[in-house]
Ligand binder design. Structure first.
Ligand code: MCN
Length: 814
C-alpha cells in the first residue's frame, strides 16, 4: 500500500468556494462544479436546444416484428401528406453509407453488420425500417401512419439459453449459430481443486436486462454545408470522437469535413457510447438532400432502441478449504446480447467482462470461466455503467456469502482471508488482469469501522429476535480503470480507446483554453480537468477554459466511458500544461531578464521568486503576439501544445460496500437503512465530485438490485415500454450515502489518479442482494436473481414456507 495515502471521511470535507482560493493547490479540494451554474439554471445547451432553422425533421418507422423479412414498403400515402419532404428505405441510401461492422480478433466471433435502415430483414422490435423527413416533427410523425410495411415473419428464439442450442432458429441469415462470441479462461487444475475441496458452494445466478434511461433521450442534428462538402453532427453522445471516425469511414468522407460535437449531454450511463443508426441516418440524409436533418428520440424510442445491458445467467461454483481459503472457481455464463454485435464494442463487451472479472479482488488459484454471448431478437446490449462487473460481483459475492454461511464464519472475515493482501501487489488474476496495488483490505476495514459493523450485528440480532427481517450485506470488488492502449474491451476492436489528447494554448488575449478528447455528460470534467491544469500551470481556475466533446478540437479523440477521464485526460492535460508552462516561463524570463528557473506562477501571475518582476498572462500574450520586436524570433515560442497520454495498462480501483436493509413482511419492499462505501480511487481530484458520482452510481445500483428490469415477452415484444412499467429508483428509494475516501496514489498513472465513475454501480447490487439474503436467512432463502422485486421475494418466502410445512409432514403443495 502506498504510504503516500491519506483518509478522508466525506463528512469532514466542506465544499470549497473557488473565489476564496489564493495560490492554493486545487487537486484534492472539494471545489464546487463550475458547470452547475449553467446546468442548474436552464442555461445548458443540449442538442435539442440548437435552433433548427429550416431543418428537416426525421421520424422513424420501426419494426413491430422481432424477426421478419421486409416484403414491401408502401409509402405513397405518406409521401402525399402535408409537409413531407421524402420517405426513405435502405435501398434509397444503400450506395451512400456502408454498414457499421464491429470487428474483433476473438476466435469464432461473428460480426453483424448494422445498416442505417433495415436491409431486407428486421432483427428486433424497434429496429429502424423507414425514415421520413418533413417540415416539422409533427408532420413527420403523422406521415408514419401513411407507411405500410409488409413483413413475412421469421422464426425466433427469444430466450438466450434456447437460442444458444444448435437446433434453435438462427437470427442472422447465413450464421452457423446464434452464439456471436464465445470465450474461456482457464488457470490451474480446477477440476482437481474442486474434487479435493472440503466445501463447494454453487448457484445459478440471473441478472435481468436493464436500460440506461438517461434523462435526455438520444438526439442528433446534422448540419450540411454543401458548398464546402462538409457536415457537422451535433449528437447527445458520450463518444463524439468515435462517432466522427466511424461516420467518416462509413460515408467515405475525410475527417476534416466532418465535425462531431457533443454539447451538454443529459446523462449517458453507457447507453450513449455506441454508434446508432439514427446518427448514421441524419448524416446520410443531410448529405443526400443538402439540408439540416434533426431527430429527437422520445422515451418510447429510447426504451426500444437505446442499447440495453446485463441480461446474464451465471452458473458459478466456489471451492474452499475448511478454514475458508478459496481453492477454485468455475463459471459458465450465457449473456443475451440482443440482435446485433454493437459498434464498436462488439457483443463481447458485456458478457466477456463477466468472466474476466469474476475472481474479483480475491486470490483465486484455479479458475475456469466460460462465456457465450447469444443473439436474440431484442435491442442490442452494450456498455452500461460497470460493464459486466455488476453481474460478476453479484455472482462472486453471493458465492462468498453462501460459503461464509456454510463455514459459520462472518462474511467479512471470509473476505479478509481471501482478499489480495497489501504485500501481494502487483497481483496477476486468474485471467491475467494485473491489480497494480489498491486498498483492498484497507477498504474492507475502513467500511467496517465506519459502519460500526460489530455493533450493527448485535442490533441486527435484536431485531431478528423481534421477528424483523433485517439483514447486513457486504460486497468487495476491484476494477480496472483508466485503461490504456494495451487493453481493449475486445481484441481487434475497430478503435483504440487507450489514449486521450489535450491541446492547450495561451491565446493572444492571454486566455488559456485546453481542449480534450473526452466528452463530459455529467461528470464535471470542466471542473476537475481545470483543477488539474490550474495546479500544473499555477493558474486560477476561472482563467482556464476546458473544452470537451468536439472532435475537431484534437486530432484523435474518443469520449468518456470506462472510468477513464480522471486518469487519461488528466494525464494528457498534465503533460501539455507542463510543456506550456515551461514555454511561458522561458519567454517571460527573457522579458524580465532572468532565467526560467527564477520564476514561479501563482494565481495566473508569472513572477520572479525572489524579486519584483512579474507578468500577467495577458501581458505575456501582448508582448509575444502583438508588440512586434519585443520577443525576437529566436526566443519566440509557440504557445500551443498538444500532448497525448497513454497509461498503457491503466490502474486498479476498488471498494467495499456495506448495507443494512429491512424487508417489509407485508409488502415485501426492501428498505435500505444504511449504506457505507469505502473506496480507493487513488489521488482524488475533487472529493465532492467523487462522492456525487458514487451517489449517482449507487442510485443505479439500487435500481438494478430492486426495481429495474427490461421485459420482453416470448413473442419478442417489449413490455416495459414506458416508465410506468420500467421502474427507476426515486429519491425515497436511494439511501443516504456514508463515504470513506481512501485517497491512495495509483503507482502507475501520471498524477496518481484512479477512475471511479462506475464503481457505485458495481458493488451495490451485490451488497444489497447479500443484505436481503441475510435478512431472509432464517427462512433459508438465497437471492440468486436480480432485481429482487417484491413479487420475487414474496414467491421465495412463500416457497420456503411451503417447504418447511412439507418438512413437518403436513404435505401441503400448490
Ligand atoms: N474524479 C476525481 N478523482 C479521482 C477520480 C475521478 O475527482 N481520483 C472525478 C473525475 O475527474 C471526473 C469524475 O470523477 O470528473 C469521474 O471520473 P472517471 O472515473 O474518470 O470517469 P469518467 O469521467 O471517464 O466518466 C465515465 C463514467 C462512466 S463509465 C459512466 S457510464 C458514467 C459516469 O462516469 N455516466 C455518467 N458518470 C456519470 N455521471 C453522470 N452524471 N451521468 C452519466 O451518464
Amino acid at each position: 500500500m502506498s504510504n503516500r495515502g491519506s483518509r478522508l471521511d466525506q463528512s469532514d470535507a466542506p465544499d470549497v468556494d473557488v473565489d476564496a482560493q489564493v495560490g492554493r493547490k486545487l487537486v484534492g479540494q472539494p471545489v464546487r462544479r463550475v458547470e452547475d451554474a449553467r446546468l442548474l439554471t436552464g442555461l445548458g445547451r443540449y442538442v435539442d436546444d440548437r435552433p433548427a432553422g429550416h431543418a428537416l425533421h426525421m421520424a422513424i418507422v420501426r419494426s413491430d416484428q422481432p424477426h421478419a423479412r421486409v416484403v414491401d414498403v408502401r409509402a405513397d400515402a405518406a409521401r402525399a401528406m402535408p409537409g413531407v419532404f421524402g420517405v426513405y428505405t435502405w435501398s434509397d441510401i444503400a450506395g451512400l453509407i456502408k454498414p457499421a461492422i464491429a470487428t474483433s480478433r476473438m476466435s469464432g466471433y461473428q460480426p453483424t453488420p448494422i445498416h442505417a435502415l433495415a436491409n431486407g430483414v428486421v432483427h428486433f422490435v424497434g429496429e429502424p425500417v423507414v425514415a421520413i423527413l418533413a417540415r416539422s416533427r409533427y408532420e413527420a410523425e403523422d406521415a408514419m401512419d401513411g407507411v405500410e410495411v409488409i413483413y413475412e415473419a421469421l422464426p425466433i428464439a427469444t430466450d438466450a439459453e434456447t437460442a444458444a442450442q444448435p437446433e434453435a432458429p438462427i437470427l442472422h441469415e447465413g450464421f452457423e449459430s446464434n452464439v456471436l462470441v464465445e470465450r474461456a479462461f482457464v488457470r490451474g487444475e480446477v477440476d482437481k481443486a474442486f474434487a479435493d475441496a472440503p466445501l463447494v458452494v454453487s448457484g445459478k445466478f440471473r441478472f435481468h436486462r436493464k436500460t440506461s434511461a438517461a434523462m435526455e433521450p438520444r438526439c442528433y442534428m446534422a448540419e450540411v454545408d454543401s458548398g464546402r462538402d462538409s457536415l457537422t453532427l451535433y449528437t447527445s453522445s458520450q463518444v463524439p470522437g468515435i462517432v466522427r471516425d466511424a461516420i467518416a469511414d462509413l460515408l467515405d468522407m475525410p475527417g476534416n469535413r466532418l465535425t462531431v460535437i457533443a454539447p451538454d449531454v443529459g446523462g449517458g450511463f453507457g447507453g450513449k457510447t455506441s454508434l446508432y443508426q439514427e446518427e448514421m441516418l441524419v448524416c446520410t440524409l443531410a448529405r443526400k438532400v443538402g439540408r439540416t436533418v434533426k431527430w429527437t428520440g422520445d422515451r418510447l424510442e429510447d426504451l426500444l432502441s437505446t442499447s440495453q445491458a446485463f441480461d446474464e445467467r451465471v452458473e458459478g461454483e466456489l471451492a474452499l478449504s475448511a478454514d475458508g481459503e478459496v481453492l477454485g472457481l468455475r463459471a459458465n455464463v450465457i449473456g443475451d446480447v440482443g440482435a446485433y454485435s454493437i459498434y464498436p464494442w462488439t457483443a463481447g463487451i458485456e458478457p466477456v467482462q463477466v468472466i474476466s472479472f469474476l475472481p474479483g479482488p480475491y486470490r483465486v488459484p484455479c479458475y475456469h470461466g466460460h462465456v457465450r454471448g447469444v443473439a436474440t431478437p431484442k435491442s442490442p446490449t452494450g456498455p452500461y455503467r460497470g460493464v459486466g462487473r455488476p453481474t460478476s460481483t453479484f455472482a462472486m459475492e453471493r458465492l462468498m456469502d453462501m460459503a461464509a454461511k456454510r463455514l459459520g464464519m462472518d462474511p467479512t472475515e471470509l473476505r479478509r482471508r481471501n482478499l489480495v493482501q497489501p504485500d501481494q501487489f502487483p497481483y496477476k488474476t486468474a485471467v491475467g488482469i494485473v491489480w497494480d496495488q489498491s486498498a483492498f483490505t484497507e477498504g474492507l476495514e475502513a467500511a467496517k469501522e465506519r459502519f460500526e459493523y460489530s455493533k450493527a450485528r448485535l442490533e441486527q440480532a435484536e431485531a431478528r429476535a423481534e421477528g424483523r427481517w433485517v439483514g447486513i450485506g457486504v460486497a468487495c470488488y476491484a476494477e480496472l480503470s483508466g485503461i490504456g492502449s494495451r487493453i481493449s474491451a475486445s481484441p481487434g476492436m475497430p478503435i483504440n480507446t487507450g489514449t486521450d489528447t489535450c491541446v492547450i494554448q495561451l491565446d493572444s488575449t492571454g486566455a488559456i483554453t485546453a481542449s480534450f478528447g473526452c466528452a463530459s455528460h455529467g461528470q464535471g470534467h470542466e471542473t476537475t480537468l481545470a483543477q488539474v491544469l490550474a495546479d500544473e500551470l499555477g493558474a486560477r481556475l476561472e482563467d482556464l477554459r476546458v473544452v470537451t466533446g468536439n472532435s475537431a478540437a484534437v486530432p484523435h479523440s474518443t469520449g468518456s466511458f470506462a472510468s477513464r477521464t480522471a486518469v487519461i485526460s488528466s494525464g494528457a492535460g498534465m503533460l501539455a500544461a507542463r510543456e506550456l508552462r515551461q514555454r511561458m516561463l522561458r519567454v517571460t524570463g527573457y522579458l524580465l531578464n532572468v532565467t526560467a528557473d527564477e520564476l514561479e506562477i501563482v494565481d495566473s501571475v508569472i513572477r520572479v521568486r525572489l524579486g519584483d518582476g512579474k507578468l500577467t498572462f495577458p501581458e505575456l500574450a501582448r508582448a509575444l503576439y502583438s508588440q512586434m520586436g519585443r520577443v525576437p524570433p529566436e526566443v519566440r515560442e509557440e504557445m500551443c501544445v498538444s500532448r497525448a497520454y497513454d497509461p498503457v495498462v491503466g490502474t486498479t480501483s476498488s471498494a467495499t460496500h456495506i448495507v443494512q436493509v429491512e424487508v417489509d413482511p407485508q409488502t415485501y419492499a426492501v428498505h435500505i437503512q444504511r449504506y457505507v462505501i469505502a473506496e480507493d480511487c487513488g489521488r482524488i481530484i475533487n472529493p465532492l465530485i467523487v462522492t456525487g458520482q458514487t451517489r449517482g452510481a449507487l442510485a443505479q445500483g439500487v435500481g438494478a438490485a430492486l426495481l429495474e428490469e427490461v421485459v420482453y415477452d416470448s413473442d419478442g415484444q417489449l413490455l416495459t415500454a414506458s416508465f410506468v412499467d420500467y421502474l427507476l429508483p426515486s429519491a425515497p428509494e436511494v439511501p443516504e450515502l456514508e463515504m470513506v475516501h481512501l485517497n491512495t496514489e495509483a503507482p502507475n498513472t501520471l498524477g496518481g489518479f484512479r477512475g471511479m465513475g462506475e464503481g457505485g454501480t458495481i458493488g451495490s447490487p451485490a451488497a444489497i442482494a447479500n443484505a436481503i439474503a441475510d435478512a431472509l436467512s432464517p427462512l433459508g432463502i438465497e437471492i440468486v436473481e436480480l432485481p429482487a422485486t417484491p413479487e420475487r421475494l414474496f414467491q421465495l418466502v412463500r416457497q420456503s414456507k411451503l417447504e418447511s410445512m412439507e418438512e413437518f409432514g403436513n404435505g401441503i403443495r400448490t
